[in-house]
Design a binder for this molecule. Structure first.
Ligand code: PMV
Length: 328
């Protein structure tokens, strides 16, 4: 049995969002979603099953983790041990090359890399679909960081049918995600807790019911590289998710004044003829999307908005992959 493996995965930004589960434990979502992996940003995770260990160990960016962070990793390792029929504990070491609290969901990259590294180290050879299913159980959006480029996660109705697949490779469309960072504080309510509140909003059922229509429009816009249609549906979908968040009990309002200032600036730029749109996850930072040829111009506008601390830029990224020993 090969006991040690290292994997790399990128985070992703959802164009059609996932919010609310059919099954909380297995993270089977109420609606399908669409996303793009983010190149240049990555989590690198090494898993080593070792019969000398008496418990699982987890370090994140060289800091030993315990409590909820370790428990979430152990839960995935338990699943892998059951699948592989092994009982050794593992040491897990993960490095992110992007700052936590930067408005980029680190859990997607982290659990995609962990699913691939842990299953390989345990001697399993999972298909991309099986790796996506495994990653999903750690963080729903991690299922989308397993395949490359532009990705669709079909909601499915059970553990086997809920997984993500690529709909176009990274080179299909040279979109850029400019993350306008307005706060680096840790968010008060994370997405795991947030998903459990979705059904308390009277808007959630309408959002979920309409999701297949939004996915179809977004998928077609992506495949045809129709930025105008893409921009309309991406902003609508983001606003719908935030409408659910802002009307759940308790209410979740992730926006700051600068968040709204950026949304307005982006719409102003679009009215002025620049192809650009926004989308916002469970935090105050704004992901601003545009074709690469407009990214310098858009960045210059964004950095001048009061409250914007910095801009991170990412283009479409590849799939989660194994890193050979000593390689990069
Ligand atoms: O995978 P989670 O539990 O971190 O949920 C992700 C939720 C959003 O980022 C807000 C939307 C999405 O589809 O990525």
């Amino acid at each position: 049995m090969k006991k040690k493996a290292t994997a790399l995965a990128h985070p992703n930004i959802a164009f059609i969002k996932y919010w609310g589960n059919q099954n909380q434990e297995l993270r089977i979502p109420q609606n399908g979603s669409l996303s793009m992996n983010l190149s240049g940003l990555e989590a690198r995770t090494t898993v080593h099953f070792d019969s000398d260990l008496h418990a699982d160990q987890f370090t994140l960016n060289d800091e030993p983790m315990d409590g909820a962070g370790l428990a979430r990793v152990t839960k995935m390792l338990d699943r892998v041990r059951r699948l592989a029929g092994i009982n050794q504990y593992a040491s897990v070491s993960s490095q992110n090359n992007f700052p936590t609290g930067s408005g980029i969901a680190s859990s997607a990259a982290a659990f995609a890399a962990l699913a691939l590294a842990a299953s390989t180290a345990a001697g399993l050879t999972l298909s991309e679909k099986e790796t996506s299913i495994l990653a999903r159980t750690g963080s729903g959006s991690a299922s989308r960081s397993v395949p490359g480029g532009f990705v669709e996660w079909q909601a499915g109705s059970d553990h086997e049918s809920s997984y993500a697949f690529s709909i176009a490779p990274p080179e299909h469309w040279d979109l850029v995600d400019l993350v306008a960072v307005v706060s680096q504080e840790h968010k008060a309510t994370g997405s795991t807790a947030g998903h459990t509140l979705a059904d308390t909003s009277p808007f959630q059922s309408a959002r979920v019911q309409d999701a297949p229509r939004r996915i179809d429009i977004c998928r077609t816009a992506l495949l045809e590289k129709d930025f105008d249609a893409f921009a309309e549906i991406v902003e609508l979908d983001s606003n719908m998710m935030h409408a659910v968040m802002q009307t759940s009990s308790p209410r979740l309002n992730y926006w700051r004044p600068a968040t709204l200032a950026i949304m307005h600036a982006v719409q102003e730029l679009r009215r002025g003829g620049i192809p650009v749109c926004y989308t916002i996850d469970a935090g105050p930072n704004v992901h601003v999307l545009c074709p690469k040829e407009f990214s310098d111009e858009v960045s210059e506008q964004l950095i001048n908005i009061s409250g914007v601390i910095k801009i991170l830029a990412a283009s479409p990224g590849g799939p989660a992959k194994l890193i050979p020993e000593g390689g990069n």
